[in-house]
Design a protein around this ligand. Structure first.
Ligand SMILES: [Fe+2]
Ligand SMILES: [Fe+2]
Length: 276
C-alpha cells in the first residue's frame, strides 16, 4: 500500500499598499485564524508598498510579523523608506530581490522550516521596462541546485512588469523543478493561474491588497493629475473604506515540492461601518 505524502498549504498575498492594504490583510488573516476549516502552513506577503505606498518602515515590519505572516517578499520599492537599511540585515522574514549587485543590503532568499519539510522563498526583479539589475536567469541556473538540496519546496516571487517576461520565467523555472513562480508589481490580478509542466504553480500577477476603488492603491485624483499635466505630482494613498485583497493559495507535496493546486483569491471588505 502506498502512503500519500503530506500536503503543505501556502497563501501568497500580492503587493500590500499602505494602511488600507495592511488593514485588509489583518482582517482577512484574523477571519482565517478564527475559522476552523481554513488554515495555511505558511503565509508569504509582498510588502514593498506596505508603508504609505513606498517601502516598509521598521514599525510596520514588526507589526506585520505579529499577525501570522511568515515571509515578506519585496521589489523595486523596498528601499524607499530609509530605515530599511537599519533593520533589513537583522530581519528573519524579509527578502529583497536577489538580482541586485553583490554587497546589497539584505538577502535574496531565505529557507524556512515548515512542518516536517523546508520552504525556500526567492525574490527576483524582471528586466523589461525596469531599472537594470543582474540576470535572474543566470542566478537560477547557477544556484538552484544548492537551494533544492536544502529545501524541496521552492517558491519564487518574480517582481516584474512585462507579461511575456513573466510567462517565460515561469516556464524556465519549471524546467528546474521550482514549485511556484508568482508574479507581483503590476498590482492587477491576472486570471491565468495554472500548473506549468505538471510541476510549477504559476500566475502572471497575484494582484494587490489596498483600496478597492483606487488606481493600484493610489488615489485617482493624484494619479490622473500626473497624467493630464505630465508634471510629477505627489501620489496619495486611496483611503476610501472599501478594501480589496488579492492572493493565491497553493498546495505542494511536502517531499517532492511539486505543486498540486493553485487558486486565486479576491476578498472585498467594506469598512464603512467599522470606521464610524
Ligand atoms: Fe508594488
Ligand atoms: Fe514594484
Amino acid at each position: 500500500m502506498t502512503q500519500e505524502n503530506e500536503q503543505i498549504k501556502v497563501l501568497f498575498l500580492g503587493d500590500m499598499v499602505g494602511r488600507p492594504g495592511r488593514s485588509v490583510v489583518k482582517h482577512y488573516l484574523g477571519d482565517l485564524f478564527t475559522s476552523e476549516n481554513k488554515t495555511y502552513d505558511f503565509i508569504i506577503a509582498n510588502v514593498e508598498n506596505a508603508s504609505h505606498g513606498f517601502g516598509l518602515t521598521e514599525k510596520n515590519h514588526k507589526e506585520l510579523g505579529e499577525i501570522g505572516i511568515n515571509c515578506f517578499t519585496s521589489g523595486n520599492h523596498i528601499w524607499d523608506k530609509k530605515d530599511v537599511y537599519s533593520y533589513i540585515n537583522n530581519s528573519d522574514k524579509l527578502i529583497r530581490p536577489w538580482n541586485y549587485p553583490k554587497g546589497t543590503y539584505g538577502v535574496g532568499y531565505r529557507i524556512f522550516d515548515v512542518k516536517n519539510t523546508k520552504i525556500a522563498v526567492l525574490n527576483f526583479l524582471g528586466r523589461t521596462f525596469m531599472n537594470p539589475v543582474d540576470s535572474p536567469w543566470e542566478i537560477i541556473q547557477n544556484e538552484i541546485e544548492q537551494i533544492k538540496a536544502q529545501a524541496p519546496i521552492v517558491i519564487v516571487d518574480f517582481h516584474a512588469e512585462a507579461t511575456a517576461e513573466k510567462i517565460c520565467f515561469g516556464k524556465f523555472c519549471s524546467e528546474y523543478k521550482i514549485s511556484a513562480v508568482l508574479g507581483t508589481h503590476t498590482h492587477v490580478q491576472t486570471a491565468d493561474e495554472k500548473i506549468i509542466n505538471d510541476y510549477t504553480a504559476y500566475i502572471t500577477d497575484a494582484g494587490f491588497c489596498g483600496a478597492h476603488n483606487s488606481v493600484i492603491g493610489m488615489a485617482y485624483e493624484s494619479s490622473v493629475k500626473r497624467l493630464v499635466t505630465s508634471i510629477p505630482e505627489r501620489f496619495d494613498i486611496d483611503e476610501s473604506p472599501i478594501l480589496e485583497l488579492n492572493a493565491v493559495e497553493m498546495s505542494f507535496d511536502a517531499v517532492s515540492g511539486q505543486a498540486q493546486s493553485i487558486k486565486r483569491i479576491q476578498y472585498i471588505k467594506d469598512m464603512s461601518e467599522e470606521n464610524k
